[in-house]
Design a protein around this ligand. Structure first.
Ligand SMILES: [Fe+2]
Length: 286
């Protein structure tokens, strides 16, 4: 085991996912996805198909939008099994446009894709090479809701020490080498031992220009990673955001890959509600 692709927050944007998976082809030995496969975008079927049929080992977890889409699927097709989803969050917390895409995505997925969403774990721990991993969408926690809803932001959104302490609240995460989260749609790298970190948004706040690929080495340190979003980055760079982790050399490389955004927006105009059609929804600049 040498290289792992780490992605998150695909959000039914196959235009972006396809380019990233094509780039990763022949470069990785496994794929990790930190949740939110669906929601917002109009290509849930294509995105789930690509992940479910992926030719290498994959490690996935549940995102809040995955819960929203599977809940709507239950409603539409009278499945029994996901009644408990309403205990995770109330649909009143969800913006109307996002909610309407839950419903539209649910109509567009197959039964086996619904079961894939249904079986996603709140978190999972595993080992790859000599490293141990804890993977969750939101924040590591014994509360199920925190795993899918609670943000774990990095500086400058939240002080570094606070981010590390929050990540360590869940028993066991102190001991794992690599904690992986998504949900904020903002890429970052945090060295827990040295209480140091880097985020794209932090660079922007200091008016530095960031170019990709961007590489960090962590030979003996424990870290937290957020790969940013494939489908809807929220840190000012609209290109699809992801990372490759080289386990043998303890190196993480952040990537930002352009995709056919014009074509994606043009199709979104026909397929999404008004507030999601606008490019500004997909290119959030903080
Ligand atoms: Fe998300």
């Amino acid at each position: 085991m040498v290289s792992v692709g780490i992605i998150s927050d695909i959000h039914s944007n196959f235009f972006a996912l396809e380019i990233v998976l094509e780039y990763l082809r022949d470069k990785i030995d496994a794929l990790i996805c930190a949740g939110d496969f669906v929601g917002y975008g109009f290509q849930p079927k294509e995105c789930l198909e690509a992940i479910m049929d992926y030719s290498l080992p994959t490690y996935n977890c549940l995102g809040n939008h995955d819960v929203g889409v599977r809940y709507e699927y239950c409603q539409q097709f009278e499945q029994e099994s996901c009644k408990d989803d309403l205990k995770l969050f109330s649909m009143e917390e969800v913006r109307p446009a996002a909610k309407s895409m839950f419903s539209q995505n649910a109509k567009g997925i197959s039964e086996s894709q619904y079961h894939f969403l249904e079986e996603l774990p709140f978190f999972q721990e595993f080992g790859l090479g000599k490293k141990t991993f804890h993977l969750t969408h939101g924040t590591p926690s014994k509360k199920e809701r925190d795993n899918i809803v609670r943000y774990l932001p990095a500086p400058p959104i939240q002080p570094l020490r606070q981010t590390i302490d929050r990540a360590h609240q869940f028993s066991g995460t102190k001991d794992v080498d690599i904690i992986i989260v998504g949900h904020t749609h903002q890429r970052f790298y945090i060295n827990r031992d040295r209480v140091q970190g880097w985020s794209h948004i932090g660079e922007r706040y200091s008016n530095a220009s960031v170019s990709y690929p961007k590489v960090f080495k962590f030979p003996r340190d424990q870290i937290i990673l957020n790969p940013g979003a494939i489908g809807q980055p929220r840190d000012g760079n609209p290109a699809a955001s992801f990372m490759i982790l080289d386990i043998d050399t303890s190196t993480v490389t952040f990537h930002a890959l352009e995709y056919s955004r014009k074509e994606f927006y043009s199709q979104a105009r026909d397929k999404c509600p008004p507030s999601i059609q606008d490019p500004s929804f997909w290119e959030i600049k903080i």
